[in-house]
Design a protein around this ligand. Structure first.
Ligand code: FAD
Ligand code: SF4
Length: 493
């Protein structure tokens, strides 16, 4: 008799293990671990999403004739021990877990057989040695092009369809008055989800965020409905407004698929295939389809590769030696900075922000404030429904904070408030003045941005992509620069 242990983010029947077990003889194990729920005070909606998705998945497996041991245990290790006491199992099959810490749970006394994680990712773990070799820094564009060719996605024989690999420059339209999008699908909680919501409210009241508005898909069926609705109704506007932010719309034209993809309920390949078909059927322009596929084939895969190739040292990175604590308003949204408070309040309500809010508002601001990178990554792990170690660490430490000194991205994504002003309508509702640089009501991003550049000049001055910024700064009058630096250092105090 064999056991197939399915982890919380591997909820997919296409996984290899399902071909290796006999439904009549073998048993599938799922563990709802108290230690995992309690360990970090993750967003309540993330707990509901994972636990409800696991319970639905177990029910579906039982209905299809599998024997399922669904265990509520103190920890994964305890769950394993109890399972092997109750079942006469000789081997435990488990799919390659991406998150590093899970490997430590493989009890030496149990015979584990590690299986391929396909189809949860397009690139298999062992291939990353080839794509991200020892010579560094790594370049996302290079990996993306290579994957487009090898996987034959959006290709016209050897050339990219449309002649360009990336339509990034066409994906940066600012929002305009009256801009609106088709609403995303919402899923009112069913009986299983309602029970989990009650459990989370009772047992984890101290965890981050609110759970009242929970409406994320927790089954493959509803994940596919979200995907189809996005492809039919929202993909066409994804490209143009990919980087735009609006106070009144937390979702914009984004897919809201990260939660269901990261639990394994739907696979990156089926998402990419549907998007590519939509292009061939004329449902969405190439700039939107390429922009969307780049997020999954380009970024999601690359981020995982960086994690696999650089852990465990990666999580300790602190290139700028930032040591400040994260301000309390990252948990409450209580700040006069309208951009930050809007993004945090959306996180509290839904466990979600789209990419630019994470990168250019919350990540950027934490970096300008010189918050210790590990405090920032810890917040990101707690805040979002789609957060897992493998995806948070490179996105936060690498992309948002440049704490890895440029291992995976070419320059820090720091910016003054001008970027937020251009790409959102946040500044219109803010008590700070975006056009004031040094006065009492001046937008604080401004002074902190230039102070960051000046204070880290030695670490950044030779970066070719930073030259223009330093040239702009150096051109300013010394009295103006002095006033900005004085304000910046005062804000840091
Ligand atoms: P869309 O904008 O519709 O994009 C489509 C899909 O592309 C996403 O569902 C996701 O699967 C994938 N994707 C896009 N960008 C990335 C990326 N950089 N890394 C990995 N996948 C990507 N994504 C997470 O899944 N979990 C996280 O915890 C997470 N933390 C982030 C932290 C920071 C600081 C930054 C800058 C980005 C983070 N991302 C994370 C990536 C990205 O912001 C989210 O995947 C995206 O906002 C999810 O919303 P969506 O499904 O509507 O995405
Ligand atoms: Fe944010 Fe500054 Fe704009 Fe206010 S003025 S919303 S703080 S960028």
């Amino acid at each position: 008799m064999k056991t197939l242990w399915i982890l919380e983010n591997q909820l997919n029947k296409e996984l290899e293990g399902f071909q290796k077990i006999d439904p009549k003889e073998d048993v599938i194990l799922l563990i709802e671990s108290e230690e995992r729920s309690q360990g970090r005070k993750v967003h309540k909606q993330k707990l509901v999403l994972i636990i409800s998705a696991m319970r639905h998945f177990a029910e579906e497996l039982q209905k299809s004739g599998y024997t399922v041991d669904y265990r509520k245990a103190g920890s994964y290790t305890e769950g394993m021990k109890e399972h092997f006491k109750d079942y006469d199992s000789t081997t435990c099959l488990v799919h390659e877990p991406t998150d590093y810490f899970i490997h430590n749970l493989f009890d030496q006394k149990i015979r584990f057989e590690i299986l391929s994680e396909k189809p949860l990712f397009i690139v298999e773990k062992k291939q990353w040695e080839k794509y991200l070799p020892k010579e560094r820094p790594w370049k996302q564009e290079k990996v993306y092009k290579r994957l487009r060719k090898e996987q034959n996605i959006l290709m016209d024989e050897e050339r990219p369809i449309g002649g360009k690999w990336s339509y990034d420059t066409e994906n940066r339209k600012p929002p305009k008055e009256g801009l609106g999008f088709e609403e995303p699908l919402k899923f009112p909680p069913d009986e299983i989800t309602r029970a989990v919501i009650e459990k989370v409210k009772q047992e984890y009241p101290e965890h981050f965020g609110e759970v009242e508005d929970f409406s994320w898909p927790v089954t493959r069926e509803n994940g596919l409905r979200t995907l189809d609705h996005f492809i039919d109704q929202r993909l066409k506007t994804f490209g143009d407004y990919q980087d735009a932010m609006m106070t009144e719309d937390p979702w914009m034209s984004h897919s809201l698929l990260s939660g269901v993809i990261n639990t394994g309920l739907i696979t990156p390949r089926e998402v990419i295939e549907k998007a590519e078909t939509a292009y061939h059927e004329g449902k969405a322009p190439l700039s939107s389809v390429e922009g969307f596929i780049r997020q999954i084939l380009g970024w999601r895969e690359y981020i995982r590769g960086v994690y696999l190739q650089s852990m465990p040292e990666y999580e300790k990175q602190n290139y700028f030696d930032h040591q400040n604590p994260l301000p309390a308003y990252y948990w409450t949204g209580k700040t006069d900075m309208h951009c930050v408070s809007t993004a945090v309040k959306e996180v509290i309500g839904h466990g979600y922000n789209h990419h630019i809010q994470r990168l250019m508002v919350l990540g950027n601001w934490a970096n300008l404030l010189r918050v210790k990178p590990q405090e920032v990554s810890s917040w990101f792990l707690e805040a979002y429904v789609d957060a897992y170690d493998w995806v948070v660490l490179p996105n936060v430490l690498g992309m948002a904070l440049y704490a890895d000194g440029g291992l995976m991205s070419t320059k820090p994504y720091v910016s003054s408030g001008k970027y937020i002003q251009r790409m959102s309508n946040y500044c219109e509702g803010c008590s700070y003045n975006i056009n004031d640089k040094t006065g009492d009501q001046a937008c604080p991003f401004h002074a902190l941005y230039w102070t960051f550049l000046e204070d880290h000049r030695n670490l950044l001055k030779n970066n070719p992509r930073m030259r223009l910024m330093y040239a702009n700064w150096d051109r300013q009058k010394s009295a103006q620069k002095e006033a900005i630096l004085k304000k910046g250092h005062k804000l840091l105090e």
